[in-house]
Design a protein around this ligand. Structure first.
Ligand code: ATP
Ligand code: MG
Length: 148
């Protein structure tokens, strides 16, 4: 039923659980598995004095490169973990708004299942779902598996 799957990971414990579930399912369903990580947009600080801080372009590029390096590291680890279970997954790195990138990648790849964790890095305990898993489950046109 699920021949193409996409799992989104942010490096959190809950997304590691989502990865485990996705790998397990992909193996069982003999499905293709893609692992996606969305790098954070560069954070720009504001000055309390003027309200404006000018950040040189090269500095923003440097931050982007650092964020990308960290993201690729997360993805390579996940790929190795999948391979340990006999699943050859492909990895995708994107930058932007996570929910949008997850939905867009799912659409582009024509996946039949998206797997996410119920919460992620920020992990507020009192909240049922994180904003990314909430948005993805609300807006996705294909089934979404939320792992907790
Ligand atoms: N940057 C990301 N790249 C890929 N997947 C992500 C990313 N952020 C979140 N996810 C996916 O969404 C799941 C839920 O994370 P989410 O960000 O919604 O929760 P949170 O971090 O606890 O709360 P919030 O970000 O709303 O403050 C994660 O387990 C992961 O599967
Ligand atoms: Mg989050």
């Amino acid at each position: 039923m699920f021949n193409k799957m996409l799992v989104a990971i942010d490096g959190s414990e809950m997304s590691a659980k989502a990865l485990d579930a996705a790998v397990h399912l992909a193996k069982e369903q003999q499905a293709e598995l893609s692992i996606l990580h969305v790098g954070r947009e560069a954070v720009v600080a504001t000055s309390s004095l003027t309200g404006i801080v000018y950040v040189p372009e090269h500095f923003i590029d440097e931050i982007r490169q650092e964020v990308k390096k960290e993201g690729l590291h997360i993805l390579e680890n996940a790929k190795a973990k999948a391979a340990e279970s006999g699943v050859q997954a492909d990895i995708i790195y994107a930058q932007g708004e996570p929910a949008y990138e997850i939905l867009n990648t799912a659409k582009e790849k024509g996946v039949s299942l998206i797997v996410v964790g119920s919460r992620g890095i920020s992990g507020l305990k009192e909240m049922m779902l994180g904003s990314v898993s909430h948005k993805v489950s609300q807006l996705s046109t294909c089934p979404v598996l939320i792992v907790r």
